[in-house]
Design a protein around this ligand. Structure first.
Ligand SMILES: Nc1ncnc2c1ncn2[C@@H]1O[C@H](COP(=O)(O)OP(=O)(O)OP(=O)(O)O)[C@@H](O)[C@H]1O
Ligand SMILES: [Mg+2]
Length: 282
Protein backbone atom coordinates (compact mmCIF):
# COMPACT_ATOMS: atom_id res chain seq x y z
CA UNK A 1 0.00 0.00 0.00
CA UNK A 2 2.70 2.44 0.99
CA UNK A 3 4.90 1.51 -1.97
CA UNK A 4 1.98 1.99 -4.28
CA UNK A 5 1.32 5.48 -2.98
CA UNK A 6 4.97 6.48 -3.11
CA UNK A 7 5.36 4.90 -6.54
CA UNK A 8 2.64 7.10 -8.02
CA UNK A 9 4.79 10.17 -7.56
CA UNK A 10 7.34 11.43 -10.06
CA UNK A 11 10.24 13.82 -9.62
CA UNK A 12 8.32 16.64 -11.23
CA UNK A 13 4.85 16.14 -9.89
CA UNK A 14 2.00 13.75 -9.23
CA UNK A 15 0.83 11.70 -12.16
CA UNK A 16 -2.89 11.75 -12.65
CA UNK A 17 -4.86 9.85 -15.24
CA UNK A 18 -7.63 11.81 -16.91
CA UNK A 19 -11.02 10.44 -17.98
CA UNK A 20 -9.25 9.07 -21.02
CA UNK A 21 -7.10 6.44 -19.34
CA UNK A 22 -4.50 6.65 -22.11
CA UNK A 23 -3.71 10.28 -21.19
CA UNK A 24 -1.44 10.84 -18.24
CA UNK A 25 -0.86 14.42 -17.10
CA UNK A 26 1.71 15.67 -14.63
CA UNK A 27 0.04 17.85 -12.03
CA UNK A 28 2.06 19.76 -9.47
CA UNK A 29 2.38 18.12 -6.05
CA UNK A 30 0.16 19.70 -3.37
CA UNK A 31 3.22 21.08 -1.60
CA UNK A 32 6.56 22.00 -3.15
CA UNK A 33 9.31 23.72 -1.17
CA UNK A 34 12.29 25.06 -3.12
CA UNK A 35 15.57 26.37 -1.69
CA UNK A 36 13.92 27.53 1.52
CA UNK A 37 16.06 29.63 3.87
CA UNK A 38 15.44 31.22 7.24
CA UNK A 39 17.97 33.02 9.44
CA UNK A 40 17.64 34.30 12.99
CA UNK A 41 20.51 36.74 13.45
CA UNK A 42 23.61 34.62 13.03
CA UNK A 43 21.70 31.31 13.17
CA UNK A 44 20.71 29.64 9.93
CA UNK A 45 17.67 27.61 10.97
CA UNK A 46 16.71 26.48 7.47
CA UNK A 47 19.47 26.39 4.88
CA UNK A 48 18.34 25.85 1.30
CA UNK A 49 15.81 23.06 1.80
CA UNK A 50 13.81 21.63 -1.13
CA UNK A 51 11.24 18.85 -1.13
CA UNK A 52 7.85 17.83 -2.51
CA UNK A 53 4.98 16.31 -0.60
CA UNK A 54 2.85 14.13 -2.86
CA UNK A 55 -0.90 13.87 -2.86
CA UNK A 56 -2.46 11.42 -0.44
CA UNK A 57 0.82 10.53 1.25
CA UNK A 58 1.85 10.58 4.86
CA UNK A 59 5.36 11.98 4.58
CA UNK A 60 7.65 12.11 7.60
CA UNK A 61 9.98 15.03 8.35
CA UNK A 62 12.63 13.97 10.83
CA UNK A 63 15.87 15.29 12.27
CA UNK A 64 17.54 15.96 15.59
CA UNK A 65 16.51 18.80 17.91
CA UNK A 66 17.28 22.13 16.29
CA UNK A 67 17.43 20.66 12.76
CA UNK A 68 14.98 23.31 11.52
CA UNK A 69 11.80 21.24 11.16
CA UNK A 70 9.46 23.60 13.02
CA UNK A 71 11.03 26.65 11.38
CA UNK A 72 10.44 25.03 7.98
CA UNK A 73 6.77 24.54 8.98
CA UNK A 74 6.65 28.18 10.09
CA UNK A 75 7.99 29.34 6.72
CA UNK A 76 5.60 27.08 4.80
CA UNK A 77 2.51 28.21 6.72
CA UNK A 78 3.23 31.94 6.82
CA UNK A 79 4.22 32.25 10.48
CA UNK A 80 7.60 33.46 9.17
CA UNK A 81 8.43 34.90 5.78
CA UNK A 82 11.38 32.90 4.46
CA UNK A 83 14.58 34.84 3.70
CA UNK A 84 14.89 32.95 0.42
CA UNK A 85 13.18 30.22 -1.52
CA UNK A 86 9.61 29.50 -2.50
CA UNK A 87 6.62 27.54 -1.23
CA UNK A 88 4.11 26.35 -3.81
CA UNK A 89 0.74 24.95 -2.88
CA UNK A 90 -1.21 23.14 -5.60
CA UNK A 91 1.02 24.82 -8.17
CA UNK A 92 0.58 28.37 -6.84
CA UNK A 93 3.29 30.44 -5.20
CA UNK A 94 2.18 31.11 -1.61
CA UNK A 95 5.53 32.35 -0.30
CA UNK A 96 5.09 35.14 2.23
CA UNK A 97 1.29 35.03 2.36
CA UNK A 98 -0.37 35.55 5.74
CA UNK A 99 -1.20 32.38 7.73
CA UNK A 100 -4.97 32.89 7.32
CA UNK A 101 -4.60 33.21 3.54
CA UNK A 102 -2.60 30.00 3.41
CA UNK A 103 -5.13 28.29 5.67
CA UNK A 104 -7.99 29.48 3.45
CA UNK A 105 -6.31 27.85 0.47
CA UNK A 106 -6.29 24.52 2.28
CA UNK A 107 -2.85 24.25 3.87
CA UNK A 108 -3.04 24.04 7.64
CA UNK A 109 -0.72 23.03 10.47
CA UNK A 110 -0.70 22.05 14.10
CA UNK A 111 1.84 23.45 16.52
CA UNK A 112 4.47 21.61 18.56
CA UNK A 113 2.98 23.28 21.63
CA UNK A 114 -0.80 23.10 21.27
CA UNK A 115 -2.42 26.51 20.89
CA UNK A 116 -5.97 25.88 21.99
CA UNK A 117 -7.77 28.60 23.93
CA UNK A 118 -7.53 27.30 27.48
CA UNK A 119 -10.36 29.34 28.97
CA UNK A 120 -12.85 28.14 26.40
CA UNK A 121 -14.55 24.80 26.19
CA UNK A 122 -13.61 22.19 23.63
CA UNK A 123 -16.86 22.94 21.78
CA UNK A 124 -16.15 26.69 21.72
CA UNK A 125 -12.61 26.05 20.49
CA UNK A 126 -13.99 24.21 17.49
CA UNK A 127 -16.78 26.71 16.87
CA UNK A 128 -14.09 29.41 16.64
CA UNK A 129 -11.85 27.52 14.23
CA UNK A 130 -12.16 29.11 10.79
CA UNK A 131 -14.53 26.62 9.19
CA UNK A 132 -13.71 25.95 5.56
CA UNK A 133 -16.34 25.95 2.85
CA UNK A 134 -14.12 24.75 0.09
CA UNK A 135 -16.21 21.98 -1.42
CA UNK A 136 -15.62 18.28 -1.26
CA UNK A 137 -14.33 16.85 1.96
CA UNK A 138 -15.36 14.66 4.80
CA UNK A 139 -17.69 17.49 5.77
CA UNK A 140 -18.90 18.62 2.39
CA UNK A 141 -21.34 21.50 2.55
CA UNK A 142 -24.05 21.06 -0.03
CA UNK A 143 -25.69 24.47 -0.22
CA UNK A 144 -23.71 27.55 -1.23
CA UNK A 145 -23.16 29.82 1.76
CA UNK A 146 -24.93 32.82 0.18
CA UNK A 147 -28.19 30.91 -0.06
CA UNK A 148 -28.24 29.94 3.59
CA UNK A 149 -29.34 32.16 6.46
CA UNK A 150 -27.12 32.85 9.46
CA UNK A 151 -29.12 30.42 11.62
CA UNK A 152 -28.76 27.65 9.06
CA UNK A 153 -25.08 28.43 8.77
CA UNK A 154 -24.64 28.24 12.53
CA UNK A 155 -26.60 24.97 12.65
CA UNK A 156 -24.40 23.51 9.94
CA UNK A 157 -21.28 24.65 11.76
CA UNK A 158 -22.51 23.02 14.98
CA UNK A 159 -23.24 19.78 13.15
CA UNK A 160 -19.78 19.79 11.70
CA UNK A 161 -18.22 20.54 15.09
CA UNK A 162 -20.04 17.55 16.60
CA UNK A 163 -19.07 15.31 13.67
CA UNK A 164 -15.46 16.33 14.18
CA UNK A 165 -15.61 15.75 17.94
CA UNK A 166 -17.14 12.32 17.38
CA UNK A 167 -14.60 11.47 14.70
CA UNK A 168 -11.79 12.10 17.19
CA UNK A 169 -13.81 10.55 20.01
CA UNK A 170 -13.62 13.65 22.19
CA UNK A 171 -17.33 14.50 22.06
CA UNK A 172 -17.64 13.59 25.76
CA UNK A 173 -15.21 16.46 26.45
CA UNK A 174 -17.25 19.08 24.57
CA UNK A 175 -18.13 21.04 27.73
CA UNK A 176 -14.69 20.74 29.34
CA UNK A 177 -12.41 23.73 29.42
CA UNK A 178 -9.48 23.16 27.07
CA UNK A 179 -7.10 24.08 29.89
CA UNK A 180 -8.21 21.02 31.87
CA UNK A 181 -7.42 18.48 29.13
CA UNK A 182 -4.55 16.02 29.26
CA UNK A 183 -1.62 16.47 26.87
CA UNK A 184 -3.00 13.79 24.57
CA UNK A 185 -6.51 15.22 24.55
CA UNK A 186 -5.06 18.63 23.66
CA UNK A 187 -3.34 17.08 20.67
CA UNK A 188 -6.66 15.61 19.51
CA UNK A 189 -8.29 19.01 19.98
CA UNK A 190 -5.49 20.68 18.03
CA UNK A 191 -5.95 18.27 15.13
CA UNK A 192 -9.74 18.68 15.31
CA UNK A 193 -9.35 22.45 15.04
CA UNK A 194 -7.06 22.06 12.05
CA UNK A 195 -9.53 19.73 10.36
CA UNK A 196 -12.41 22.20 10.85
CA UNK A 197 -10.74 24.42 8.25
CA UNK A 198 -11.36 21.77 5.60
CA UNK A 199 -7.75 21.48 4.44
CA UNK A 200 -6.11 19.51 1.61
CA UNK A 201 -2.73 19.30 3.31
CA UNK A 202 -2.06 19.12 7.06
CA UNK A 203 1.36 19.71 8.61
CA UNK A 204 1.63 18.01 11.99
CA UNK A 205 4.39 19.18 14.33
CA UNK A 206 4.99 16.39 16.85
CA UNK A 207 1.30 15.52 17.31
CA UNK A 208 2.18 12.46 19.39
CA UNK A 209 4.52 14.09 21.90
CA UNK A 210 3.17 13.52 25.41
CA UNK A 211 0.34 11.35 24.13
CA UNK A 212 -0.34 8.05 25.91
CA UNK A 213 -0.18 4.82 23.84
CA UNK A 214 -3.93 4.34 23.48
CA UNK A 215 -4.51 7.95 22.35
CA UNK A 216 -1.48 7.66 20.07
CA UNK A 217 -3.03 4.63 18.41
CA UNK A 218 -6.32 6.50 18.02
CA UNK A 219 -4.62 9.55 16.54
CA UNK A 220 -2.67 7.47 14.03
CA UNK A 221 -5.82 5.58 13.04
CA UNK A 222 -7.62 8.88 12.47
CA UNK A 223 -4.74 10.14 10.35
CA UNK A 224 -4.92 7.00 8.22
CA UNK A 225 -8.72 7.33 7.90
CA UNK A 226 -8.26 10.89 6.68
CA UNK A 227 -5.63 9.81 4.17
CA UNK A 228 -8.14 7.36 2.76
CA UNK A 229 -10.39 10.40 2.26
CA UNK A 230 -7.65 12.07 0.22
CA UNK A 231 -5.94 14.28 2.80
CA UNK A 232 -2.18 14.70 2.58
CA UNK A 233 0.01 14.86 5.69
CA UNK A 234 3.53 16.00 6.51
CA UNK A 235 4.46 14.70 9.95
CA UNK A 236 7.28 15.83 12.24
CA UNK A 237 7.88 13.07 14.76
CA UNK A 238 10.84 11.88 16.82
CA UNK A 239 9.59 8.31 17.31
CA UNK A 240 11.35 6.36 14.56
CA UNK A 241 9.04 3.36 14.91
CA UNK A 242 6.06 5.58 14.12
CA UNK A 243 7.83 7.19 11.17
CA UNK A 244 9.12 3.96 9.70
CA UNK A 245 5.82 2.10 10.18
CA UNK A 246 3.39 4.75 9.04
CA UNK A 247 5.10 6.99 6.46
CA UNK A 248 5.72 6.09 2.85
CA UNK A 249 8.28 8.89 2.31
CA UNK A 250 10.73 10.35 4.79
CA UNK A 251 12.67 13.61 4.57
CA UNK A 252 15.63 14.02 6.92
CA UNK A 253 16.86 17.44 8.05
CA UNK A 254 20.11 18.10 9.87
CA UNK A 255 21.55 21.49 10.86
CA UNK A 256 19.06 23.32 8.65
CA UNK A 257 19.75 21.26 5.54
CA UNK A 258 18.05 18.33 3.88
CA UNK A 259 20.28 15.36 4.53
CA UNK A 260 18.30 12.68 2.72
CA UNK A 261 14.92 11.74 1.33
CA UNK A 262 13.40 8.39 0.44
CA UNK A 263 11.36 5.44 1.59
CA UNK A 264 11.73 4.32 5.22
CA UNK A 265 13.93 1.41 4.03
CA UNK A 266 16.19 3.79 2.08
CA UNK A 267 16.46 6.14 5.05
CA UNK A 268 17.31 3.46 7.61
CA UNK A 269 20.11 2.17 5.39
CA UNK A 270 21.45 5.60 4.40
CA UNK A 271 24.99 5.97 5.80
CA UNK A 272 24.79 9.75 6.12
CA UNK A 273 21.54 9.51 8.08
CA UNK A 274 22.93 6.82 10.36
CA UNK A 275 26.10 8.84 11.03
CA UNK A 276 24.35 12.15 11.59
CA UNK A 277 21.16 11.14 13.26
CA UNK A 278 19.96 7.63 13.75
CA UNK A 279 23.22 6.33 15.26
CA UNK A 280 22.59 3.50 17.66
CA UNK A 281 18.83 3.44 17.01
CA UNK A 282 19.21 1.35 13.86
N1 LIG B 1 12.50 32.52 16.94
C1 LIG B 1 13.76 32.08 16.93
N2 LIG B 1 14.78 32.92 17.22
C2 LIG B 1 16.05 32.50 17.21
N3 LIG B 1 16.44 31.24 16.91
C3 LIG B 1 15.45 30.37 16.62
C4 LIG B 1 14.07 30.73 16.61
N4 LIG B 1 13.33 29.64 16.27
C5 LIG B 1 14.21 28.65 16.09
N5 LIG B 1 15.46 29.07 16.28
C6 LIG B 1 16.69 28.26 16.13
O1 LIG B 1 16.63 27.69 14.85
C7 LIG B 1 17.13 26.35 14.88
C8 LIG B 1 16.05 25.41 14.38
O2 LIG B 1 15.01 25.34 15.34
P1 LIG B 1 13.67 24.54 15.11
O3 LIG B 1 12.79 24.82 16.26
O4 LIG B 1 13.15 24.82 13.76
O5 LIG B 1 14.19 23.03 15.17
P2 LIG B 1 13.36 21.67 15.22
O6 LIG B 1 13.95 20.78 14.19
O7 LIG B 1 11.92 21.94 15.16
O8 LIG B 1 13.76 21.11 16.66
P3 LIG B 1 12.92 20.25 17.74
O9 LIG B 1 13.00 18.82 17.26
O10 LIG B 1 13.65 20.44 19.02
O11 LIG B 1 11.53 20.78 17.78
C9 LIG B 1 17.56 26.10 16.31
O12 LIG B 1 18.94 26.37 16.41
C10 LIG B 1 16.76 27.09 17.11
O13 LIG B 1 17.41 27.44 18.30
MG1 LIG C 1 10.34 21.61 16.43
Amino acid sequence: MSEQAAGSATETGDRTTTGDESTVVDSPPPLRVTDLEKHFGGITAVDGVSFDVHEGTLTGLIGPNGAGKSTAFDCITGVYTPDAGTVEFNGEDITGLEPFEICNRGLVRTFQIARELEKMTVLENLMLAPAGQRGESLWQSVTPIARRGVAAEERELRERVWETLEFFEIDHLAASYAGTLSGGQRKLLELSRALMTDPDVVLLDEPLAGVNPSLEKKLLERIHDLREEGYTFLLVEHDMDVIMTHCERVIVMHQGRKLAEGTPAEITSNERVIDAYLGGEV
